[in-house]
Design a protein around this ligand. Structure first.
Ligand SMILES: Cc1ncc(C[n+]2csc(CCOP(=O)(O)OP(=O)(O)O)c2C)c(N)n1
Length: 617
């Protein structure tokens, strides 16, 4: 096994070049085997094996820096930097992260998770290097999907015409999670299919450079080559803005890639290497279903079928069904996703109402302002974005939607702890960042029926409104509790005295268990479903204060700016005769791991809450 010779960074350099294909094969087998057990981002990693090997061969880590955009494709990089053993605990609590982490290795030069940041971060590393007189290479690796995000262009604009070396690798597999979308994707496709011109793979520059007039001839050839490109590809955009374009290059040919990276390292400006890869390469099920294997749950290697059968609907399924029903009933309903038609459950809507569906690419900011435009134009947009990615669009929510009080519905999936993707993906800030915006309204359903009812309420509401719901199985308890959703009103579930649990969304289910535990200790306990986080149901809080000695707020959100602070502030302001205990996520980033373990660690699981309540009493 060649992989057994790789224990630490740069060990790959000891491998005989003729064995590179074999090593790539071994890495693929290793990744398939490990990810089939732990789950993880399989497709993108299988596609980036040779590219990563070439980077490790052409660069000198950790001095040279690689910034992985999103970071979900960094598994081979982890394998080659002494972290093979960690793969048994990949994405598990206390185990190897599924994304680059500076605290995990000195070869991880920048933490990522959200898309389209790598060129900005890489450029920062370049400028820091230059100012401090460094000579190391900096390489940002960005996918064609991530190149649909606006930040990437802001950074390219900044990097263009720079007189210092900076390498951008465009890892183009013609896919985002689903099919890539938009004009840039089409443009790249044109380049890909018109590869009739020269590229450095031929070693042509090296050969010419060795002659007496080497460098001059090289630039001459390059000029001709560039004008050839202009002929073949209408408007070589990267070159036009001042970024040297090299490619397209076969992303599964290690030696060719090493040559082109070395060529790029010699340039005194920003160079973009366009690398063609195949998502899922080498594993038939992933090649065939790249979207399904983007982020895979544990699966059977022989068939690619997930090990765990899905038995219950999740909130995304419920949202998906409600959306197609709403669309049938209301022709003004339009749906927007930022590159996640599968993840957000909008695929059925897209199939049934393609002209009312918009996949804008990984462009959350644009998605929200676009929705504002649709609303001003007379439509009723539903923007479906995961909680952590919506963070991107804060100003657009504030400046474009809420300032004009527009009827935009925000369907916020993955709100709360998401688990194995870790810090960058936990949806634990939305209640806080949305609460501070005037005109915004926020709801959270206790179970699957309530999500449906809240969607209907939201449609009839004349202003910006957000519904946040968690990842995973939709709660199907408390079916009998289906009082109509009324503006700003909470819902009494069990009315007693002494302790009142005031819980938001997913925490209602936890609240039921907490109540049972307290009752087992002869404590009387009321349970209220908050329903609205903004505005809070002040009348209910006042009522609870009159009949209980303790109100316990419960939410899967950070404390700062969330439900608990609002209830406490109201109780203080009104001088209500009650103590308020706030159960929320502390002021810290929550790492990756099983959600139940994480809840325990941060003190929002049933047992920790009971303990806190008993202590408070
Ligand atoms: C801001 C943001 N929105 C959405 C996502 C979810 N997401 C993760 S990877 C990905 C697709 C990336 O496509 P590409 O860059 O082409 O990489 P590939 O997976 O194809 O290798 C998306 C949409 C994200 N990570 N960040």
């Amino acid at each position: 096994m060649l992989l057994e010779q790789i224990h630490q960074t740069n060990d790959i350099k000891k491998i005989d070049p003729k064995d590179y294909p074999l090593l790539a094969e071994e890495i693929r087998q290793f990744l398939i085997e490990k990810i089939s057990v732990t789950g993880g981002h399989l497709g993108s990693n299988l596609g980036a094996v040779e590219l990563t090997m070439a980077l490790h061969l052409a660069l000198n880590l950790p001095e040279d820096k690689i910034v992985w955009d999103v970071g979900h494709q960094s598994y081979t990089h982890k394998v080659l930097t002494g972290r093979q053993e960690g793969f048994d605990t990949l994405r598990k609590y206390g185990g190897l992260s599924g994304f680059p982490k500076r605290k995990e290795s000195d070869c991880d030069s920048f933490d990522t998770g959200h898309s389209s940041t790598s060129i900005s971060a890489g450029l920062g590393l370049v400028k820091a290097r230059d100012i401090q007189g460094g000579t190391n290479a900096v390489v940002s690796v960005i996918g064609d999907g991530s190149l649909t995000g606006g930040m990437a262009y802001e950074a390219l604009n900044n990097a263009a015409r720079m007189e210092s070396n900076f390498i951008i690798i465009l890892n183009d597999n013609n896919m985002s999670i689903s099919e890539n979308v938009g004009g840039v994707s089409k443009y790249l496709n044109n380049i890909r299919t018109s590869n009739t011109y020269l590229d450095v793979k031929d070693g042509i520059y090296d050969a010419i450079r060795k002659t007496k007039y080497g460098d001059g001839v090289v630039s001459g050839v390059r000029r001709v080559k560039n004008s050839l490109k202009q002929l073949v590809i209408p408007g070589m955009w990267f070159e036009d803005i001042g970024i040297t374009y090299l490619g397209p290059v076969d992303g599964h040919d290690v030696n060719g890639l090493v040559r082109v990276i070395n060529e790029a390292k010699r340039r005194k400006n920003c160079v973009l290497i366009h690398v063609m890869t195949q998502k899922g390469k080498g594993y038939a099920p992933a090649e065939k279903h790249p979207a399904r294997f983007h982020g895979a749950e544990p699966f059977d290697v022989a068939t690619g079928i997930p090990l765990k059968k899905k038995t219950k609907a999740n909130y995304t399924d419920v949202f998906s069904t409600v959306m197609v029903k709403m669309a049938a009933r209301h022709p003004d309903v339009v749906a927007i996703t930022a590159a996640m038609p599968d993840g957000t459950g909008l695929k059925r809507f897209r199939n049934l109402y393609p002209e009312r569906f918009f996949d804008v690419g990984i462009a959350e900011e644009h998605a929200v302002t676009f929705a504002a435009g649709l609303a001003v134009g007379g439509l009723h947009p539903v923007v479906a974005i995961y909680s952590s990615f919506l963070q991107r669009a804060y100003d657009q929510i504030l400046h474009d939607v809420c300032l004009q009080n527009l009827p935009v519905i925000f369907a916020i999936d993955r709100a709360g702890l998401v688990g194995s993707d870790g810090e960058t993906h936990q949806g634990i800030f939305d209640l806080s960042y949305l609460s501070s915006v005037p005109n915004m309204h926020i709801m959270a359903p206790k179970n699957k029926w309530e999500l449906s009812d809240m969607m209907k309420f939201a449609y009839n509401f004349k202003g910006p409104i957000a519904i946040r719901y968690p990842r995973g199985e939709a709660y199907d308890g408390l079916q009998q509790m289906r009082a109509p959703v009324l503006y700003g009103k909470s819902e009494m579930i069990y009315e007693e005295s002494e302790i009142a649990l005031f819980a938001a969304g997913s925490m209602v289910k936890t609240g039921e268990k907490v109540r049972e535990s307290l009752k087992a200790q002869n404590l009387n306990c009321t349970l209220v479903n908050a329903r609205f986080i903004k505005p809070i149901d002040e009348e209910m809080v006042r009522y609870l204060a009159q009949n209980h000695k303790l109100i316990v707020t419960m939410e899967e959100n950070v404390l700062s700016g969330g439900l608990g602070e609002k209830v406490r502030e109201f109780a203080d302001r009104e001088k209500l005769p009650v103590n308020v205990l706030t159960v929320a996520i502390p002021d810290e980033y929550v790492e990756h791991g099983n959600v139940d373990i994480l809840k325990k660690e941060i003190g929002i699981d049933e047992a920790s809450i009971v303990e806190k309540i008993l202590k408070e009493l």
